[in-house]
Design a protein around this ligand. Structure first.
Ligand SMILES: NC(=O)C1=CN([C@@H]2O[C@H](COP(=O)(O)OP(=O)(O)OC[C@H]3O[C@@H](n4cnc5c(N)ncnc54)[C@H](O)[C@@H]3O)[C@@H](O)[C@H]2O)C=CC1
Ligand SMILES: O=C(O)C(=O)COP(=O)(O)O
Length: 592
């Protein structure tokens, strides 16, 4: 047996937490409700009540029909921010496009009911992801169905600005015939810099090559071999700026890309460059672009997106004669909208059912097969967390938690993110009013000052099972059940999965064996005959069914820890009577 990572490995509690799930997991583990409403919601769904999905922007019909097979669908377009906040507390899911701002206020107004936000498109800059995560709300998007539409729109604008199509059209419609004024420039042989070489950027590049352009791309995160495969050279930002005749923007709006095209950037471009933006308005400093257009540094710009949408009437960029504009039409083809609607409807319905969310934005994926295999260990992890925290004496302040995973599998073969989230859930929910799920576990843990570290132990043997046991230890605390403190001085509980069910197999330094169902009584007594019978009698007098009982002792005739699994909760009186048995030195009642 070897320990392959040490307690020093502090898992960063602010990393985005993993998550995906299946209906085989208990639904409350997936989308737990605030305590008062949880039971009702689960019950309502069990009785066949449909969840409610609010669609706040036009969505393709195929998507709406799919949603209707599973949910009540409320299509309410053009809601004001106040109206959205009012409606949202009655909705389990919200589907938006780029026109709805899903702000922190929206999540706060949802009062814990909103489980999923579906973005019917790619860019999620209109959704406050941190607020979603903090509120345990999953965000999913539809990242693939509009790629081609956006790329084609980029190419449409590229050709339009090279040949003054929009301006010439307006001129003819105004009764003029200005053939000399609208002489354009050719694309063939010109250099196009694609900024952001992702899905849309690479499709634009492919098409531009077909038009005979030299294509370079700037993307700090794109693999060079993917670029090479379509004959594109990845270059620095500087090189892209200084060599391009056309620049097409395809990066997401993030703090790093915000106003990436500013006075400084425009001061380095080739005079007469043409710029196309089908990404997000915010990646350009619009004031700086206006200056660059007025000074002739930028010959033309084509903008599908704006910092503020729709842009104000008086927006000088929109009215500029060298600017071609479209009203955020990149994704607006019949084909893309049907595709996006289906993609998002499937993702939202799946998430509401508790299935894997392949396009989760605030919850990295755990593959379906991994999840299926881990499912009983997920339940075990939560229950161990629940037991450990209930064993801490009041006022101890649980802070340092160590989770050990013992397995015969290699260290890279076990994704512990899910298990870590469930231990966190088990540790926090019994002692607070917050609800913890796989989306917000790390955030809530960090917020509450939990320092959770993980350790892997590699066991010899055949790696059939993903895990042999999970151990949860809480350091630097007193316990209300002294025997739960192991030789290392920590509250220690350890469990295994037996016949698909979680079992408690160790408390402190005592080996025990009890199925983790219902509730349990832990009892330390001096090892002597008759104790089990006495405890059993007290419980049977109360009609409390014992589902499991085990006794672990240090040595014959010394001390023993009796673990009793109960179907019902015993009365205070019964617990008092157990405590009064002479040989019983301490006992504790724990809810699972
Ligand atoms: N106008 C419209 O209707 C549409 C607009 N979009 C916009 O286009 C963006 C790109 O979409 P996809 O290609 O599907 O996303 P993607 O995620 O496949 O590609 C984005 C690329 O940008 C790169 N990137 C990130 N930071 C960068 C930086 N600082 N400099 C250069 N590159 C950077 C990433 O590495 C990635 O390769 C979306 O985020 C969205 O805002 C997408 C679809 C339709
Ligand atoms: O998918 C995207 O990122 C888009 O910008 C498309 O926006 P839309 O859904 O058309 O409002």
């Amino acid at each position: 047996m070897s320990v392959i990572s040490s307690w020093n490995l502090t898992i960063s509690l602010n990393t985005t937490l993993s998550l995906s799930w299946r209906s085989s997991l208990p639904s409350r583990a997936i989308f737990p409700r605030p305590k008062k409403t949880r039971t009702l919601v689960v019950l309502a769904i069990a009785l066949g009540a449909k969840p409610t999905v609010l669609v706040s922007e036009k969505l393709g019909d195929a998507g709406i029909q799919l949603l209707k097979t599973f949910a009540n669908v409320d299509c309410s377009y053009n809601l004001s921010p106040e109206e959205l906040c009012t409606k949202i507390s009655l909705c389990d899911a919200l589907i938006v496009r780029s026109g709805t701002k899903v702000t922190r206020e929206v999540f706060e107004s949802a009062m814990g009911r909103l489980k999923v936000v579906g973005r019917a498109g790619v860019g999620i800059d209109n959704v406050d992801i941190s607020a979603a995560t903090e509120h345990g709300c999953l965000v999913v998007n539809a990242p693939t169905a509009n790629t081609i539409a956006a790329a084609e729109h980029g190419i449409a604008l590229l050709t339009a600005v090279s040949r003054n199509v929009a301006q010439a059209d307006a001129s003819v419609k105004a009764g003029k015939w200005e053939r000399n004024k609208y002489v354009g420039v050719s694309l063939v042989g010109k250099t196009l810099a694609v900024m952001g070489f992702g899905k849309v950027g690479s499709e634009v590049a492919r098409r531009a090559k077909g038009l005979g352009m030299q294509v370079i791309a700037h993307d700090p995160y794109a693999p060079a071999d993917r670029a090479r495969a379509i004959g594109v050279e990845l270059v620095s930002f500087e090189e892209a700026l200084t060599t391009a005749d056309f620049i097409s923007l395809h990066m997401p709006l993030t703090p790093a890309t915000s106003k990436m095209f500013n006075d400084e950037a425009f001061s380095r471009v080739k005079k007469g460059v043409r710029i196309i933006n089908v990404a997000r308005g915010g990646v350009i400093d619009e004031e700086a672009l206006l200056r660059a257009l007025d000074s002739g540094i930028v010959a033309q710009a084509a903008l599908d997106v704006f910092t503020e949408e729709p842009p104000p009437q008086e927006n000088k960029l929109v009215r500029h004669e060298n600017v071609t504009v479209t009203p955020h039409l990149g994704a607006s083809t019949t084909e893309a909208q049907e595709g996006v609607a289906l993609e998002i409807a499937e993702a939202v319905v799946g998430a509401l059912k508790g299935e894997l969310a392949a396009t989760a934005v605030n919850a990295p994926m755990v593959p379906a097969e991994v999840l299926l295999e881990l499912s009983p260990y997920v339940a075990l992890a939560e229950k161990l967390g629940r037991l450990a925290v209930q064993l801490a004496a009041g006022g101890s302040g649980v802070k340092f938690v160590k989770v050990t995973y013992a397995s015969a599998r290699g260290p890279d073969d076990l994704d512990t993110r899910l298990l870590r989230a469930m231990v966190t859930k088990g540790l926090i929910e019994p002692i607070s009013s917050v609800f913890v799920n796989l989306v917000n576990a790390d955030f809530i843990g960090k917020q509450r000052g939990l320092r959770l570290t993980e350790e892997r132990i590699v066991l010899d043997g055949s790696p059939e099972k993903p895990l042999e046991f999970i151990q949860v230890r809480i350091a630097n605390v007193e316990s209300k059940f002294a025997s739960a403190i192991s030789n290392s001085g920590e509250i220690t509980v350890e469990g295994r999965v037996k016949d698909g069910k979680p079992h408690l197999t160790k408390v402190g330094s005592f080996g025990v064996d009890v199925s983790l169902e219902g509730s349990i009584v832990l009892c330390r007594q001096s090892d002597q005959p008759g104790i089990i019978g006495k405890v059993g009698n007290i419980l049977s007098e109360e009609n409390v069914n014992v589902n499991f009982m085990s006794v672990g002792r240090i040595a014959p005739g010394k001390q023993a820890v009796m673990t009793i699994g109960l179907d019902e909760e015993p009365s205070r009186d019964a617990l008092k009577k157990i405590g009064e048995i002479t040989a019983v030195e301490e006992f504790v009642f724990l809810k699972l």
